[in-house]
Write a new protein. Structure first.
Length: 217
């Protein structure tokens, strides 16, 4: 890739020339955790004070415009949230189709959380080799996993399975999960292999149903 192309798609100089507010909106649309002003300032090549002022102006503009979402400062960072007054609409969307059976991707992600908890989304994605953000949202919506604090080193949100997960699995506790091969080496390089042999369980399906016959969410 040429230097000219690199600068056009994301070089520091190109980023610094972007209009600030739209650039902030674009970044905040893809975050899955609140973004700090320091991080945004570094990414967008602007002083922190300029970033802070632009974020507050955006938050005020959304309120004045009566938008269905808002920009909040939560836990030291900024993120988009739906407004509480539209909770009924959001709940209707989230709950629609909640009884649909889990996809294979959702089952694999749930297995990683079950055996690695507490675990971050990034760690789950690393084990599976694919981005798992959408699948994790599905599992959260279904009540099978929940947030359980943050990772001290990175601040990433950690996830664990819920009591509902145990209920649907027919387990009294996590110690009743089927054991994985105890003789596997501990090296991180074979981490993905630890999923081999994990039962293809579906919390919403009878035991006799074929695990491959699942409706996509």
């Amino acid at each position: 890739m040429s230097e000219e192309t690199t600068e056009a798609v994301g070089g520091p100089e190109a980023v610094a020339r972007l209009e600030l507010k739209p650039a902030l909106e674009a970044v905040l649309m893809v975050v899955d955790e609140p973004a700090t002003e320091e991080h945004l300032a570094r990414i967008l090549q602007r002083p922190r004070r300029q970033i802070a002022d632009a974020l507050r102006e955006l938050a005020d503009e959304y309120t004045v415009q009566g938008r269905g979402f808002e920009l909040r400062l939560i836990a030291g960072g900024w993120r988009f949230y739906s407004r509480p007054e539209y909770a009924a609409a959001v709940e209707g969307f989230v709950l629609d189709g909640q009884h649909a059976r889990l996809t294979q991707a959702a089952l694999e992600t749930l297995a990683v959380v079950a055996y690695r908890q507490p675990v971050s989304r990034g760690r789950v994605s690393a084990v599976r080799g694919v981005n798992c953000d959408g699948v994790m949202r599905t599992l959260l919506q279904r009540g099978l996993v929940e947030e359980a604090g943050t990772e001290p080193e990175t601040g990433a949100i950690l996830y664990v399975t819920t009591n509902y997960f145990l209920e649907r699995m027919g387990l009294r506790g996590l110690d009743e999960l089927p054991e994985l091969a105890p003789f596997l080496p501990e090296a991180a390089a074979i981490e993905a292999e630890t999923l081999e042999g994990v039962p293809s369980f579906d919390p919403d399906a009878p035991d006799s149903e074929d695990a491959d016959d699942k409706t996509e969410l």
